[in-house]
Design a protein around this ligand. Structure first.
Ligand code: NDP
Ligand SMILES: CCCCCCC/C=C/C=O
Length: 336
C-alpha cells in the first residue's frame, strides 16, 4: 500500500489564501488496476490561476495544478516504470492515473515528458510547459509582432512575462517591461536584454512610457490588469494589439467591490485597438510546436528560463502565496 498526501481546499478564500484554508490529507492509495500507472511527484507548480479559478469549484476540492512525476508502478505497457509524466493532478505526492480513455476533461491534462534535450525536467512545468505555451501562443498568435515594433509586457519578471519579453526580442522587437522590484528591473535589463524596465511600484508609468516609447506602443502583453494596463493602453499606436493574459492585480479582490476603473474605451475606439483575452488550452494540440522552439532557444542561449525553486511538500502553500505577492523571479516551482 502506498501512503499519499494531498492539499485539499476546505474553506472559501477571503482575499489572500490562508494556510488554514487548506488541509493536508494523508490517505492510502488502492492497488493499481489494469491500465493504471502509479506516479510519484517530483516537481509541483504554483500558479496564479490556482487563485483565479478558485470560485469555479465547490468546497472541498483537491488543489489542481501541473506537476512532473515518474512512473513507479505500471499496469500500462505504454507507460513503463521510469517514464516521466506531466499531469494536472495538482498538489499531491503520489497519484494513480489511467490513460486508457485519454484525457477525460479539458482540465485533466496528462502527457509524457516532452523532449527536453537534456534541460532540467522542472522546465516541463515552466518554460516547456503550460507557462511557456502561454507566452508563446498568447504573444505570437494574438499580438502578431513585427520586427521593429515596440512591445510592453507587465508581470515581466514572472514565469510568463519573462518569456514573452525574450520572445519579443528574438522576433526583433523593442521591449519594455514592468515588474515589482528594482532587482527584477535590473535582471530584465542586464540579463534578459529588455531595452527598458521599470518598477511599477515606484515609477510614474505614464511619464516613463512617454520617454521609453516616444513613438508609442504597438503590442501590449497584459499579465496584471488594473490601472497600469489602462495607462499602457492609453499610449498605444493605431491598430495596436493587446493580448490579455491575466489580471493578477485583482485576483485577491472581491469582484463586487472593485473600484471605478479608468476609461479605456476611448483609446480602443480612436486607435482601433484589437484586444483579445485567451486561455492557453485553446492551443493544447499545438503545445509541441511551442516546446520545440523554446527548447531550441534555450539551448542556443537566446532565451533564459529562470526558476524560483522551493523544496518540500509542506512548503507548497507558502510558495504559492509568496508567488502571488511577487517573491519569485522567473517561474515558481516546488521540488519534492
Ligand atoms: N490566460 C492564460 O491561459 C494564462 C494566464 N496566466 C496569467 O499570466 C500571469 C502571469 O502568470 P505567471 O507567469 O504564472 O506568474 P508570475 O510568475 O508572473 O507570478 C505572479 C507575479 O505577479 C506579480 N504581481 C502580483 N501582484 C501584482 C499586482 N498587484 N500588480 C502587478 N503585478 C503583480 C508579481 O510580480 P511583481 O513583483 O512584478 O509584482 C508576481 O511575481 C497571471 O496573470 C496569470 O493568471 C498564466 C498562465 C495561463
Ligand atoms: C488544465 C488546466 C489549464 C490551465 C489553464 C490556465 C489558464 C490560466 C488563466 C489565468 O491565469
Amino acid at each position: 500500500m502506498v501512503k499519499a498526501r494531498k492539499y485539499v481546499v476546505k474553506k472559501k478564500f477571503d482575499g489572500v489564501p490562508k494556510r488554514d484554508d487548506y488541509e493536508i490529507v494523508e490517505y492510502e492509495l488502492p492497488p493499481i488496476q489494469n491500465g493504471d500507472i502509479l506516479v510519484k511527484t517530483e516537481w509541483i507548480s504554483v500558479d496564479p490561476y490556482q487563485r483565479a479559478y478558485h470560485d469555479r469549484y465547490p468546497i472541498p476540492y483537491d488543489q489542481f495544478g501541473f506537476q512532473v512525476g515518474i512512473v513507479e508502478d505500471s499496469k500500462n505497457p505504454k507507460f513503463p516504470v521510469g517514464t516521466r509524466i506531466v499531469s494536472h493532478r495538482g498538489w499531491c505526492d503520489y497519484s494513480i492515473i489511467n490513460l486508457n480513455d485519454g484525457n477525460k476533461t479539458s482540465f485533466d491534462i496528462t502527457y509524457k515528458l516532452p523532449d527536453l534535450k537534456g534541460l532540467p525536467i522542472s522546465h516541463a512545468i515552466g518554460a516547456v510547459g503550460m507557462v511557456g505555451a502561454t507566452a508563446y501562443f498568447g504573444f505570437l498568435e494574438i499580438c502578431k509582432p513585427k520586427a521593429g515594433e515596440t512591445v510592453v509586457v507587465t508581470g515581466a519578471a514572472g514565469g510568463v512575462g519573462s518569456l514573452v519579453g525574450q520572445i519579443a526580442k528574438i522576433k526583433g522587437c523593442k521591449v519594455i517591461g514592468f515588474a515589482g522590484t528594482d532587482d527584477k528591473v535590473q535582471w530584465l535589463e542586464k540579463e534578459l536584454g529588455f531595452d527598458k524596465a521599470f518598477n511599477y511600484k515606484t515609477v510614474d508609468a505614464r511619464k516613463a512610457l512617454k520617454e521609453a516609447a516616444p513613438n508609442g506602443i504597438d503590442c501590449y502583453f497584459d499579465n496584471v490588469g488594473g490601472e497600469l494596463s489602462s495607462i499602457i493602453m492609453n499610449q498605444m499606436n493605431n491598430f495596436g494589439r493587446v493580448s490579455v493574459c491575466g489580471s493578477i492585480s485583482v485576483y485577491n479582490e472581491d469582484f463586487s467591490q472593485l473600484p471605478k476603473a479608468p476609461i479605456v474605451q476611448v483609446d480602443i475606439v480612436m486607435k482601433q485597438l484589437k484586444i483579445e483575452g485567451f486561455l492557453v488550452p485553446r492551443w493544447l494540440n499545438r503545445f509541441p510546436e511551442a516546446f520545440s522552439d523554446i527548447v531550441n532557444w534555450i539551448q542556443s542561449g537566446q532565451l533564459k528560463a529562470k526558476e524560483h525553486v522551493t523544496e518540500g511538500f509542506e512548503n507548497i502553500f507558502d510558495t504559492f502565496v509568496a508567488m502571488l505577492s511577487g517573491e519569485n523571479t522567473g517561474k515558481a516551482v516546488v521540488k519534492l
